[in-house]
Design a protein around this ligand. Structure first.
Ligand code: XMP
Length: 242
């Protein structure tokens, strides 16, 4: 089943729109086992899990095998947050490695363009082999300096490309309802919106969903909590409330 269908099916079945950013830091010796403990605590609350450099850089895809196996057993879609930004041949090899190791989707930067850039990733996404999520508007404080530039906002140009290339999803900051609304109006109903920036970065859980996002991405507010399971349950409930 395609990444998008798996994610939406799980979201509906578990009644959650939470994507956990599994950004575990601290002593490397225990990082994987701590990540595994968190996954066990939150598994019923999450629609999907996002892996970032916190784990992928020190351990690589082979080193996170236990986590991938756990998610695969629990049918939790896994997203690699590489913000991939390279030429086609390199992107193709990255995608091959991700697919081989059981990753379901990748986050990429649309700034590369399609021709000899994202074309391989777009084809793999259309073939159902690896989901593709494009950065449209980031959530950090400096995002406006770049994503907000231009007469209509560079982010809407990226949103138009996401629509034209028929990506599986886009990233749009949880911190602005109006940006999410404009992105939704641009990409239509079929492309998923993932909203990071909830919690530590200041965004609320409910607002982006009401503005048209499909999922919130939450990391530190859950990972660094003394009770990740309780926090994840709270975000699950907030994200899915009618
Ligand atoms: P926190 O701890 O802030 O973590 O909840 C958020 C996670 O998402 C990543 N992040 C982003 N990823 N576009 C992305 O693709 C964004 O705009 C963005 N903002 C945050 C961040 O690296 C962390 O893994």
């Amino acid at each position: 089943m395609k990444f998008k269908d798996r994610l939406l099916n799980r979201s509906a079945a578990k009644r959650t729109r939470l994507i956990l950013a599994l950004d575990v830091i601290g002593p490397e010796r225990s990082r994987i086992s701590r990540a595994e403990t968190i996954l066990k605590d939150v598994k019923e609350s999450v629609a999907g899990v996002k892996l970032n450099f916190h784990l992928l850089l020190p351990f690589g895809l082979n080193g996170v095998k236990r986590l991938i196996t756990f998610c695969s057993r629990e049918d939790i879609p896994l997203i690699a947050d590489l913000k991939l930004n390279d030429i086609s041949s390199t992107n193709k090899e990255v995608a091959r490695q991700l697919i081989k190791h059981g990753i379901d989707a990748v986050i990429a930067n649309p700034v590369t363009g399609l021709n000899d850039g994202l074309d391989e990733l777009v084809q793999l996404s259309h073939a159902g082999e690896l989901g593709l999520i494009l950065l449209v508007y980031m959530s950090h404080k400096g995002a406006e300096e770049i994503y907000g530039t231009g007469q209509k906002g560079l982010y809407l140009f990226f949103a138009e490309r996401a629509k034209e290339w028929n990506a599986d999803g886009v990233i749009a900051s949880a911190k602005s309802d109006s940006i999410i609304r404009k992105v939704r109006a641009t990409i239509g109903k079929e492309i998923m919106i993932f909203s990071p920036g909830v919690g530590v970065q200041g965004g609320e859980a409910r607002k982006p969903i009401e503005a048209g996002a499909d999922f919130i991405i939450v990391g530190r507010s859950i990972i660094n909590s003394s009770e990740p399971g309780v926090m994840a349950e709270r975000y699950k409930a907030e994200s899915y409330a009618k």
